[in-house]
Design a protein around this ligand. Structure first.
Ligand SMILES: [Zn+2]
Length: 433
């Protein structure tokens, strides 16, 4: 799968994908042409056919070539929906169990993901080195929570605040942080370890036992501290938020991406837009978890919260669409629900035009992970993350749903990860036509 010789040196031949209809991650008008890939990057996009001696040549057969998909809200390590099931898991077991779900994301055409609580720099490196198959990862380590907040899963009888640092598999996802000084240290520690962003649980949540959805969490001083420490290193803060008040506080205090936002009103959607921040909807997780949650061990209180935010989700999309708020693309699926990742495309298309949904999952998500122009686009100088779609997803976005059945070609960083088409070496003497 990976082109490495026994010494571990990458040998990546030049790649030409010709006869493609190109969606560049932004322009709704497809262009016919070829893409030339060299050393993992796009060297050239031409409107004719390109033939290069010695290159691997792939005939796209007039299919739609688009940037690899990006999911900006996943939890790679969330191997079960009900976290209690992980009580006796070590981190090695958690990691081993996460590997199939990580690989499945790439199979669905996601060449990049942003993990917003759980995955660390070690997993990111294993993916980057090709030791395990999966998307490229942007990670933030554990999500930060206040005592009693969305990420605090202690029992009422448990007063130990350091449980999140024991390495127990159940505590993979969160770190308890109270007070601005503790926040300063916690942010610096995670950035020291290589976090790409910092995640704050800035409101109540569905899965948490002690808080209401509408609660806001973290004080102004704590949020401002996190944002200023992150921005000092060129990084940013993302925040879990549901209600308008929580969203407004987070954004006003410096948070760059607000996640979920199901209960946002239109005025707050405009507020997010005016502050150049991003909303990252994750609608599929509510829709699918509502179907299966009870059977998988969610409590009646959690199921009640789940139904409440699921109902509100579509209105959130309408408000953000009407306000012109920048929307990323996320899924947030835990454990057994992960199969439904690409259903998010179909849910979003109930309100948005397919091209806007695709922009969210390519160009806009690339901005979110601070890789504008390098990811989420087909242009010279971009990293060569490419997928080929059987049919036109701008007309039928359901082609992306499922497990990648309609994606015969997946290229990640210039390496052909899947090719169900015919590939052949170009004859040395052929010239472009
Ligand atoms: Zn999440």
């Amino acid at each position: 799968m990976f082109n490495r010789d026994p010494a571990g040196v990458h040998r990546m031949p030049m790649l030409v994908i010709r006869n493609a209809l190109i969606f560049d991650g932004d322009n709704p008008d497809l262009t016919e042409g070829s893409v030339v890939v060299e050393n993992g990057e796009i060297r050239e996009v031409t409107d004719g056919a390109a033939h290069l001696p010695g290159a691997i040549e792939i005939d796209a057969g007039g299919r739609v070539l688009m940037p690899g998909l990006i999911d900006a809200h996943v939890h790679l390590m969330a191997v079960h929906l009900a976290m209690a099931k992980c009580a006796d898991y070590t981190m090695t077991l958690m990691t081993a169990k996460s590997l199939p779900r990580i690989r499945n994301m790439l199979e669905r055409g996601f060449t990049t993901i942003r993990d917003v609580a759980g995955a660390d720099h070690g997993l990111r490196q294993a993916l980057a080195d090709g030791d395990i198959p999966g998307p490229r990862a942007f990670v933030g380590g554990p999500g930060f929570t206040i005592s009693g907040g969305h990420g605090d899963h202690r029992r009422k009888t448990d007063a130990r605040r350091d449980r999140d640092r024991t390495g127990n598999g159940q505590e993979w996802g969160s770190r308890i942080v109270d007070g601005p000084e503790e926040m300063r240290i916690a942010v610096r520690e995670e950035l020291r370890r290589g976090a790409d962003h910092i995640k704050l649980m800035a409101s109540g949540g569905v899965g948490s036992p002690h808080d209401a959805i509408e609660d806001w969490q973290f004080s102004e001083e704590e949020i401002r501290m996190a944002c200023s420490e992150a921005s000092a290193r060129g990084k940013y803060v993302c925040a879990h938020t549901y209600g308008s008040e929580a969203v407004r506080r987070a954004v006003a205090f410096g948070v760059r991406t607000v996640e979920h936002c199901n209960l946002i009103d239109e005025a707050t959607a405009r507020f997010v837009r005016d502050h150049d921040a991003y909303v990252v909807p994750t609608l599929v997780c509510y829709e699918v978890t509502e179907q299966h949650g009870e059977a998988l061990g969610l409590t009646p209180y959690v199921m009640e919260k789940l139904r409440f935010v699921n109902e509100a989700g579509i209105r959130m999309l309408e408000h953000c669409e009407a306000a012109g708020t920048k929307m990323g693309f996320g899924t947030d699926l835990m454990g057994e629900m992960e199969y439904a990742q690409s259903m998010e495309f179909v849910i979003r298309a109930r309100v948005q035009k397919p091209v806007d949904v695709l922009r969210s999952a390519t160009r806009i998500n690339a901005e979110i992970v601070q890789m504008e122009g390098r990811l989420g686009t087909i242009a010279p100088g971009a990293i060569a993350d490419l997928i080929l779609v059987d049919g036109n997803p701008l007309e039928n976005i359901a082609l992306l749903d499922g497990q990648g059945e309609h994606i015969p070609l997946i290229v990640k960083a210039g390496e052909v990860w899947r090719n169900r088409l015919e590939a052949r070496k170009a004859a040395g003497s052929r010239h472009g036509g």
